[in-house]
Design a protein around this ligand. Sequence first.
Ligand SMILES: Cc1cc2nc3c(=O)[nH]c(=O)nc-3n(C[C@H](O)[C@H](O)[C@H](O)COP(=O)(O)OP(=O)(O)OC[C@H]3O[C@@H](n4cnc5c(N)ncnc54)[C@H](O)[C@@H]3O)c2cc1C
Length: 238
Amino acid sequence: MQKFTAQLSQKEEIADNTFAFTYIKPKGFAFTAGQYVVLDVDESRYSDDRPSFRSLSIASAPSDQDLLFVMRGSDSAFKRSMIASEVGDTVTLKGPIGHFVLPEDERQKIVYMGAGIGITPIRSMIREELASGSERQQMLFYSNSLPSCAAYALELRDISLPEYKCVNTMTGLKDNISEDEWAGERGFIDADMIEEYCDYYKQAQFYIVGTKSFINAMKDVLSGMGIDERHIKVDNFG
Ligand SMILES: Cc1cc2nc3c(=O)[nH]c(=O)nc-3n(C[C@H](O)[C@H](O)[C@H](O)COP(=O)(O)OP(=O)(O)OC[C@H]3O[C@@H](n4cnc5c(N)ncnc54)[C@H](O)[C@@H]3O)c2cc1C
């Protein structure tokens, strides 16, 4: 597997406890939207009994100038080292890795389903579709607990492609939050929500990203709607 060194050019908290790391794209690093790398911190500021590397999806598109990774903070030494990193620090990237990529058939309809930080490879794919001016029918169901945790929800809502739609849903809003404060959907992605927004789901290829429990929940919903497993691709974050 190829190894690259990348230098941090920007770090930003983009949502609650959610950090975006922009790296200068190393010379010769080429990838396909949806792939991931194993990212190893070169000089860890913290250590614990776990390795200094993690699998991270590339959240930028191949056509973007820089490389972007986005992650939720935690108390692991890896995450703390990343969050403490400074512009100019370097990481080692192994990859790119993975087959969670767009279908070759440019007319294949797509339904993306992402929960929380699982949006990263989906963002890469949708931005690549935007860059190529894709005309396929495609839509995103993006689930978060609260708007303040929802990385890139507005960017993805406002993507301007002829046959693209985005449904943001919040699962943790209190009932007393008014429509002025949140005008999008509420509650878990279910069969009713999919049928309401997507009239082509029976011909779609589904791309599901998130934790194992989110993936299993979505698979159950789709199986209840008669969707064959062969039309479901998953990217399991663990
Ligand atoms: C293909 C792929 C792409 C991914 N892309 C992203 C991404 O874009 N952004 C992102 O944030 N994450 C992504 N992940 C997940 C990422 O690799 C990490 O696993 C995740 O972010 C958690 O990292 P962590 O350091 O917080 O926790 P980790 O230290 O990795 O721990 C993971 C879980 O195990 C538990 N745990 C840790 N140590 C122990 C122990 N000794 N005993 C019992 N339980 C323990 C922790 O509580 C936690 O729930 C991806 C994963 C995969 C496989």
